[in-house]
Design a protein around this ligand. Structure first.
Ligand code: PMP
Length: 404
């Protein structure tokens, strides 16, 4: 993996912030975008733009082909048995809302949903909206005493004959913990429940195979995998998607419409009402090609080395506490400088050209469980270098000497 060559594909990485070279360590929030992806967007607008699935004319067929090629490539990338099980959404959030709203229609008052304490708000609030509408019960898997991994003993005990859904994140966006989702899905299935996996933080960092996992639903966002904003994926098993009612109504999702009776399109179109974001969907295919060329194993290996190297060096900073110490961890480091507010740490790092995230990271229940109101979070991607890690640690030493 030639990182310097790869970095040249990302013009934003040559920016300066306060006259310092940008060091971008907020990859959990969004990854930066390579030139090839933006070239595809431009070529869609300048050469191929026409509405999809509608026209017999050449442009419409070209745009449709590009969109449907992405669907096939996504299916192949995640090991989905069929491209018809890949639904385009606006992002992870919309994918989870789709399942909560539509699969939720099949649930009854008193049915139970198991979430975990480390979920992003987007895998909590849609289920709470369902609770308000249908009276379902939400149960929560806590952390073990290590404050980093899920307590699977409690998880097993939460099941009852009323448990219908388990919704769990593959990788925590705060702690970096890689959850044992294959095992958790297996346990869910033993109890007759379906499992939704929030893959937002896994898809660009680990090999993902929904078939091998036996996931019922798997959700992720293009903008976190070097792709454009505005596109997400919901993978769902065909038999479940067929059983579920449509999420939204409109054009594209129907077979025939009359005022008396409307019939719906086949999968995947039943869940894709209205004109899709076919421009960005086409560009997602370029992002997939980019990632495939580097290789997900290679990306995972590089990021793990960055994680190990940086964690080791951060441990030497007096007064720095790391949150998230699971042995099986993605390249996300949440920390606090003792006595300093996370916001002040983040702001001072920004003045040194370093972009990190501060705050609750849309995981307030987890913050509550940890007894804090936020952290500073540095997260890595394939283009980050060891030299950037050194500069980050040096900057943090400076900030620590100022704040504590
Ligand atoms: N789940 C997790 C674990 C996330 O990290 C994020 C984004 N921070 C989301 C869901 C939501 O993704 P999006 O905003 O792209 O819908």
């Amino acid at each position: 993996m030639n990182i310097e060559a790869l970095r040249r594909d990302f013009p934003i990485l040559s920016r300066t912030i306060y006259n310092k070279p940008l060091i971008y360590l907020d990859n959990t929030a969004t990854t930066e975008t390579p030139r090839q992806v933006v070239d595809t967007i431009q070529s869609m607008y300048f050469t191929h733009k026409a509405n999809v699935h509608r026209g017999v004319h050449t442009l419409s067929q070209e745009a449709t082909d590009m969109m449907e090629t992405t669907r096939r490539q996504v299916a192949a990338y995640i090991g989905a048995p069929s491209h018809e099980e890949v639904i385009f959404t606006r992002g992870t959030t919309e994918a989870i809302n789709l399942v909560a709203a539509s699969y939720g229609e099949l649930l009854r008052e008193g049915d139970e949903i198991i979430l975990t304490v480390m979920e992003h708000h987007s895998n909590i609030v849609p289920w709470q909206l369902l609770r308000t509408r249908r009276g379902v019960v939400i149960k929560v898997v806590p952390l073990r005493a290590d404050r980093s991994t899920l307590n699977l003993d409690v998880y097993r005990e939460l099941f009852t004959p009323r448990t219908r859904v388990v919704a769990v994140t593959h990788v925590s966006n705060v702690l970096g913990t890689i959850n044992p989702v294959a095992e958790m899905i297996h346990i869910a299935h033993q109890h007759g429940a379906v499992a939704l996996i929030d893959g937002a933080q896994a898809i660009a960092h680990l090999p993902v195979d929904v078939g091998a996992l036996d996931a019922d639903f798997y959700a992720f966002s293009s903008h976190k995998m070097y792709g454009p904003c505005g596109v997400g994926i919901l993978y769902g098993k065909r038999e479940l998607l067929e059983e579920m009612p449509p999420y939204q109504g409109g054009g594209e999702m129907i077979q025939s419409v009359s005022f008396e009776h409307t019939t719906f399109a086949e999968l995947p179109f039943k869940f894709e009402a209205g004109t899709p974001d076919f421009v960005d969907i086409a560009a997602l295919n370029t992002a997939l090609a980019f990632m495939s060329e580097v290789g997900i194993e290679e990306i995972a290996r590089h990021e793990e080395e960055l994680l190990r190297y940086t964690t080791e060096r951060l441990r030497a900073i007096h007064g720095l506490e790391i949150y998230g110490t699971a042995p099986n961890k993605s390249a996300i480091i949440s920390f606090l400088l003792r006595g300093a507010h996370h916001y002040d740490t983040g702001m001072l790092l920004d003045k040194l050209g370093i972009a990190v995230r501060t705050g609750h990271h849309c995981a307030q229940p987890l913050m509550h469980a940890l007894g804090i109101d936020g952290t500073v979070r540095a997260s890595f991607a394939l283009y980050n270098t060891f030299s950037e890690c050194d500069q980050f640690v040096a900057a943090l030493e400076r900030v620590a000497s100022m704040l504590i």
